[in-house]
Write a protein that binds this ligand. Structure first.
Ligand SMILES: Cc1cc2nc3c(=O)[nH]c(=O)nc-3n(C[C@H](O)[C@H](O)[C@H](O)COP(=O)(O)OP(=O)(O)OC[C@H]3O[C@@H](n4cnc5c(N)ncnc54)[C@H](O)[C@@H]3O)c2cc1C
Ligand SMILES: *[C@@H]1O[C@H](CO)[C@@H](O)[C@H](O)[C@H]1NC(C)=O
Ligand SMILES: *[C@@H]1O[C@H](CO)[C@@H](O)[C@H](O)[C@H]1NC(C)=O
Ligand SMILES: *[C@@H]1O[C@H](CO)[C@@H](O)[C@H](O)[C@H]1NC(C)=O
Length: 824
């Protein structure tokens, strides 16, 4: 099943850029495939667990000749002990995630029929069995079994270190030395190593902390960690060490300082060392300084306090979620509609928003609850969001303005960061408000993510987590903690991933600096969250009273902008029929000369469609992104707006009866002359009125920000010039592409978007251009009003002939092609 799905997926991927309007259907298909794929994983572990899942196909390539040592659990999915052990193994994988280049974890389900041969080959008799494979193991190696291994993370971790140390075959290249160091080695350390920091961990011989921290830091550059035993007297006396364990930073020339941590334990050492100046994750660019940053992004950098929550992020998330992400669904029905209703209802109840935003959310909520049909169009919902009905004192600010969710690159953080922030804020408000079902908020978020979140892989991972444990949530406060701990799991998984912003490394949150009381250790020195402190911290961090309102337009401005937008739309609406006719008149000239619009049957239409459409896009919606080659489906969901599906309508045209034509490009044929004349007169006066009004408005509101202005122009001028129409929603944000593979594509697509923005910026640049447009308009109208009827008739005749000729040409060509395929 999985394989079949995989094939289907790749086939569809190819089609994506060929038929942009099929994307919605494809999204559904891909989702279905994901569901099947994950249900095909019948074992105890999933791809989200950071454990390599072995199969007969990949077992050789993973275990034989690997550069990292491998720890493999052989289990049977029906065995009770294995089931009981699996959470420990998953925790272990999270715990030693940073060690991967040196030692990695894998698992195989021996209960699965297809894996039997592999398990027999490795001489597995009982379950679970854990085996250690050296780096560069031979094909005939059956590994070393862990005898009587402990069923806890700490014991297993220590066992792994023991095994690594007894490594006789070639040492895993990524693994740093683990043995204790001596005065002699330290003395010439800086001569042989070009490294900024040397951390010395003083400890007793039985302690594992030094080796654990060494491995925790193995993926970081500019730092080396060595353990020093308390018996190494010269060093102990030289540094005056009295406490074991303790950690010192040692510098060339014999200088040293003690590393300050809240508690002398592994987690605190590792956290502090990873954050030393100059220490960077290997393969990542060094964190950009704020100075460079200011020039790096398309917007000015906004200073903010990393330990605070900003309303600007919450509102930006609402805008992006409701106006951009949802817009990918032209029709919302069934499950998705229920999901939307719950989402909006939860927002209306718990979003810690300003009064105008809350009014709008409540209005949208009550509207949605009243919809009894089993589907709604996004268009209708959008009208509610934009408050077309002009309910007083209600508005959802347009556009995004990230503050706490700014990224050092335009493709980092932003929307997904905002989604997490909104989710946390909602669970916290629900808890402080009380009196709701414990899982109300989590359920709504879960189904929103499942149905709408554009990053499909994220949605799948999130669903895996939710399926596994959300049922345990039985109080409002446990809902807050559930989300916090799951978010930390995601942070753990993504630490070091491409989607991690080097300036905002993924940590187990909150950091010891942010909430010292949240962190503590068990008797054995293992890190433990101090739950009685974590909950109050979360409650205060996300409480509505501690949300900062910096960088927001005030409510009056928000309402004013909405009012302006309505006024503009009213104008545009009144203008529309006129413009359309003018454009149609223009189109017919182009159509008759360049556009093959006539097609024979639907099958062909699909073949020829894309070319047609691309052409149409350039003319009519030049601002919209051209379908990016091989754009993965999930990226499409983050697109500024879904590409409007082309409407193909069968209509009868004199001369070419019963043929298919693109509805978008009606020919002049059907038009009546008299109507045209009337319109033309209207057009002229309209243009004058329109631009006069606009000039006045521009003068009056010169204090309005340039960005808003430009957007307004884009909207107003869009229908006329066909530029900038679809750009609006994408301004200043590109969602996320956490998936590594999509990374490049995303950047590319974004660049394209930016270029286009430049283009529109130029196009609608100054006053001069304004007058030029005016001239263009009047030339158009005068030209047509003076056109005499005979010219029209000639034109009409010519275009008909042209269409006919093209129709015959394509029909002929097609017949030839068919003949070719039939007789190769
Ligand atoms: C549901 C969901 C699933 C995702 N799955 C994936 C995925 O599978 N793969 C992928 O590459 N990306 C995924 N992402 C995106 C990823 O989690 C980050 O949102 C993104 O990389 C941006 O990271 P960030 O540094 O802004 O911090 P984020 O993780 O987005 O966190 C935002 C802010 O919340 C605060 N915070 C951090 N941790 C916690 C916590 N535990 N509790 C409370 N507050 C916290 C911090 O102030 C932080 O700046 C997912 C996002 C969501 C919303
Ligand atoms: C293992 O790797 C070494 C060098 O990297 C290579 O020479 C050898 O052929 C490999 N063996 C197998 C079985 O792949
Ligand atoms: C940004 O770049 C421009 C030139 O590209 C430079 O003049 C300006 O000083 C830079 N600003 C900052 C804050 O680095
Ligand atoms: C950031 O916020 C924290 C928590 O409120 C506060 O203690 C700290 O002083 C603030 N930092 C700055 C630079 O404002």
């Amino acid at each position: 099943m999985a394989r079949r799905c995989g094939r289907a997926t790749s086939r569809f991927t190819e089609e994506i850029h060929i038929y942009p309007r099929k994307r919605v259907t494809l999204a559904v298909w891909l989702c279905l495939c994901l569901v099947f794929l994950s249900s095909a994983e019948a074992g105890l572990y999933t791809a989200s667990d950071q454990i390599v899942l072995l199969t007969p196909e990949n077992v050789e390539s993973i275990l034989v000749n690997s550069t990292a040592a491998m720890v493999v659990e052989f289990y049977a999915s029906w065995c009770g002990h294995c089931i009981a052990f699996s959470p420990v193994y998953v925790s272990l994988a999270r715990d030693i995630k940073e060690w991967k280049p040196a030692v990695n974890l894998a698992a195989i389900d021996c209960a699965a029929e297809e894996n039997r041969r592999v398990c027999t080959g490795y001489k597995i008799r009982g379950y679970p069995t854990i085996k250690f494979f050296h780096a560069y193991s031979k094909a005939d190696s059956t590994g070393q079994a862990f005898k009587d291994f402990s069923r806890n993370v700490r014991g297993l971790r220590h066992r792994i270190i023991d095994k690594l140390e007894t490594h006789v075959e070639p040492w895993p290249p990524a693994c740093p030395p683990l043995e204790p160091t001596s005065q002699a080695e330290i003395d010439n350390f800086f001569e042989t190593n070009n490294i900024q920091h040397l951390a010395l961990i003083f400890e007793e011989a039985t302690s594992y902390i030094g080796r654990e921290v060494t491995l925790d830091l193995l993926q970081f550059e500019n730092i080396a960690v060595r353990r020093v035993l308390n018996t190494e007297e010269s060093l102990v006396t030289k540094l005056g060490v009295t406490e074991f364990p303790s950690c010192y930073l040692y510098y060339p020339g014999g200088n040293f300082t003690r590393l300050r941590v809240n508690i002398e334990a592994r987690t605190f050492y590792s956290y502090a060392l990873q954050r030393l100046p100059g220490v960077v994750r290997s393969g990542k660019p060094p964190p950009v300084s704020l100075h460079i940053l200011t020039n790096n992004t398309d917007e000015p950098w906004r200073q903010f306090n990393k330990s605070r929550v900003y309303m600007a992020d919450l509102e930006s998330t609402l805008h992006y979620s409701l106006r951009v992400e949802l817009a990918a669904h032209t029709v919302i029905k069934g499950d998705a509609l229920t999901s939307l209703k719950n989402y909006i209802s939860v927002l209306a109840k718990y979003f810690p928003g300003r009064p105008v935003v809350m009014n709008l959310l409540r209005y949208a909520d009550s509207w949605l609850q009243k919809q009894t049909a089993d589907q709604i169009s996004y268009e209708a919902f959008r009208d509610i969001l934009d408050n077309k009905a002009q309910i007083p004192d209600a508005a959802l600010p347009e556009g995004v303005r990230w503050v706490g969710c700014q990224g050092s690159q335009p493709h980092l953080r932003r929307y997904p960061c905002g989604v997490w922030t909104v989710f946390h804020a909602l669970t916290v408000q629900a808890n402080s408000g009380g009196s709701s079902a414990p899982r109300e908020v989590l359920g709504a978020m879960r189904s929103y993510v499942h149905n709408f979140f554009g990053c499909r892989a994220c949605a799948e991972h999130f669903e895996n987590m939710a399926r596994e444990s959300v049922a345990e949530v039985d109080t409002l406060s446990s809902a807050v903690l559930w989300l916090w701990s799951r978010h930390n799991r995601v942070n753990n998984r993504l630490a070091g991933a491409l989607s991690e912003d080097p300036l905002f490394p993924k940590i187990q949150w909150p950091s010891p600096e942010m909430c010292p009381a949240c962190h503590t250790v068990k008797d054995n020195g293992e890190h433990r969250w101090n739950m009685p402190q974590v909950l109050p911290f979360l409650m205060s961090h996300f409480s509505s009273s501690s949300i900062l309102t910096d960088y927001l337009d005030n409510e009056t401005q928000v309402l004013e902008k909405q009012r302006e937008k309505h006024a503009n739309q009213q104008l545009a609406l009144a203008q529309k029929p006129v413009e359309r006719k003018a454009r149609e008149a223009l189109d017919v000239i182009q159509t008759s000369t360049t556009q093959p619009t006539v097609q024979e049957e639907e099958e062909e239409e699909e073949e020829e469609g894309p070319q047609d459409e691309a052409g149409a896009d350039e003319e009519e919606e030049g601002g919209e992104e051209a379908p990016a080659a091989a754009a993965p489906d999930e990226m499409q969901a983050f697109k500024a707006k879904p590409s409007e599906p082309a409407r193909w309508t069968k209509h009868t045209v004199e001369g070419v009866r019963g043929q298919w034509q693109v509805h978008r490009k009606p020919s002049i044929v059907g038009m009546r002359m008299r109507e045209m004349r009337e319109d033309i007169v209207d057009l002229d006066s309209f243009v004058n009125q329109h631009y006069k009004a606009k000039a006045l408005r521009v003068a009056a509101s010169s204090r309005v920000k340039r960005r808003t202005l430009q957007r307004e122009k884009e909207q107003e001028n869009g229908p006329m010039f066909g530029l900038g129409m679809e750009l609006d929603a994408g301004v200043g944000m590109v969602g996320l592409q956490p998936m590594e593979a999509d990374f490049e594509l995303d950047v590319g697509q974004q660049r394209k978007q930016l270029q286009k923005r430049d283009l529109t910026g130029q196009y609608f640049g100054g006053e001069a251009e304004l007058s030029q447009k005016k001239r263009w308009m009047s030339v158009l109208s005068i030209g047509f009003s003076k056109l005499d009827i005979s010219l029209c008739v000639i034109l009409y005749f010519m275009s008909t002939m042209c269409l006919l000729a093209m129709y015959l040409f394509f029909k002929n060509r097609l017949r030839l092609r068919r003949a070719k395929t039939a007789f190769p």
